[in-house]
Design a protein around this ligand. Structure first.
Ligand code: GSH
Length: 138
């Protein structure tokens, strides 16, 4: 059975969790926050989650984990079989990760954690998110 290390507010953690659920694979969640302890760095060299524990060891980096699950395991395929169609799906995934999810993080302190961010940062966040959504629509 797979072990998924991470926490539920992490979008990267949720990408892997959704893939496991969609594929119908058995897994156990180990709730863990990214940190720099020697113990955690021994399974996640940069101290980040998610980490997937598999039979042979640990896999880091969400896209590497998702590719591993798609290539090595049973269950419903999450990518189309045809290379061009697969590339289109990967393009959408990158667009969302780099140009929507990452800029959205600018707003997290205020949206989720009760902090205040400057209007300059809010404007930057909004402009980047709108550009990301426009691109996604096109
Ligand atoms: N490039 C990494 C990014 C993962 C990431 O940013 N994880 C965050 C949680 S969403 C984290 O562990 N942050 C803790 C830290 O940097 O100390 C991936 O694709 O898995």
């Amino acid at each position: 059975m797979f072990k998924l290390y991470g926490f539920t507010v992490s979008n990267y953690f949720n990408m892997v969790k959704l893939a496991l659920l969609e594929k119908g694979l058995e897994f156990e969640v180990v709730t863990l926050y990214g940190n720099q302890s020697d113990e955690f760095l021994s399974i996640s060299p940069r101290g980040k989650v998610p980490v997937l524990g598999v039979e042979q060891g640990f896999i880091n980096e969400t896209s590497a984990i998702l590719e591993y699950l798609e290539e090595c395991t049973e269950g419903k395929a999450l990518l189309p079989g045809e290379p061009f169609a697969r590339a289109q799906v990967r393009t959408l995934m990158k667009e969302i990760e780099l140009y929507i999810e990452l800029p959205a993080r600018i707003g997290y302190p205020e949206a989720y954690f009760g902090a205040e961010i400057s209007s300059a940062l809010k404007n930057k966040c909004k402009a980047e998110l709108l550009a990301g959504i426009d691109t996604l629509k096109r």
